[in-house]
Design a protein around this ligand. Sequence first.
Ligand SMILES: [Zn+2]
Length: 282
Amino acid sequence: MNVVISVDMEGVCGVSSWVQVSPPEFGGLVSGAGYERARIQMTLEAGAAALGAFEAGAGGVTIADSHDGMRNLLPELLDERVRLVTGYDRPLSMVQGVEEPGVDALLLVGYHARASTVGAPLAHTWNGYVRDVRVNGTPAGEPYLNALLAAHFGVPVVFISGDDQAVAQVRDQLGEQVIGVSVKRGLSMFSAVHLHPKKALELIQAGAKRAVESARAAPLQISYPASVQLSFEHQARADQCERVPGVTRLDAMTVEYTSPDALHLFQTFRMLCKVADVRLNG
Ligand SMILES: [Zn+2]
């Protein structure tokens, strides 16, 4: 049994502010001590999931650092048996590793709710300016998009940890067989009630063990060709995306495209996010 653990940061225990998840070298926000503390908890949560997987008999565990510049985890705090994927702009981004032969399951750690979720700390999808993504009409956050991508390689999502609404969204969309561990209850965009960080680690390790032991989840199946509707928070972004061949404008904020498979769907989504990354002051 080989597993990949994709680790984001916004859903980690103790985190409820952009300040805590902003690496200093990317500037922009006041950062530093809060980030350094949060990256330790992020590493420990990834490590707890890895230990759970090993306890369940996993032979290979690959951890994909999947937040921002994707260089947040502190490898010296991880079990010596794990492999670590780091660095931004990887071909498969947050789920790099699922494409390798012999991978049986994907675990999501530190995940957050999708954009426009009310009462979910740091809820977003991919960046700060996507307002909504629909795949065949289904609202898709990062877990859903990553689940589609993993399914392209035959790999199911078996575990999710993060805030309560991130967990609920995943289990609602991917099925109750996905083991979920909520490490905090969201109160608003920037507030939450957290477990003790050590309690979070305990629950993640136990949950990951159970998830890998049972691993009853099937890869996420949807019908293809799939239609994707992508809405932004500003029409200038849709203006740009509309000019990409194959993309049509639906309304001021929304564009649409069609994909024959999940890989095309994901890479087009990612490209359109880059196209939409325009200055808004004219
Ligand atoms: Zn993130």
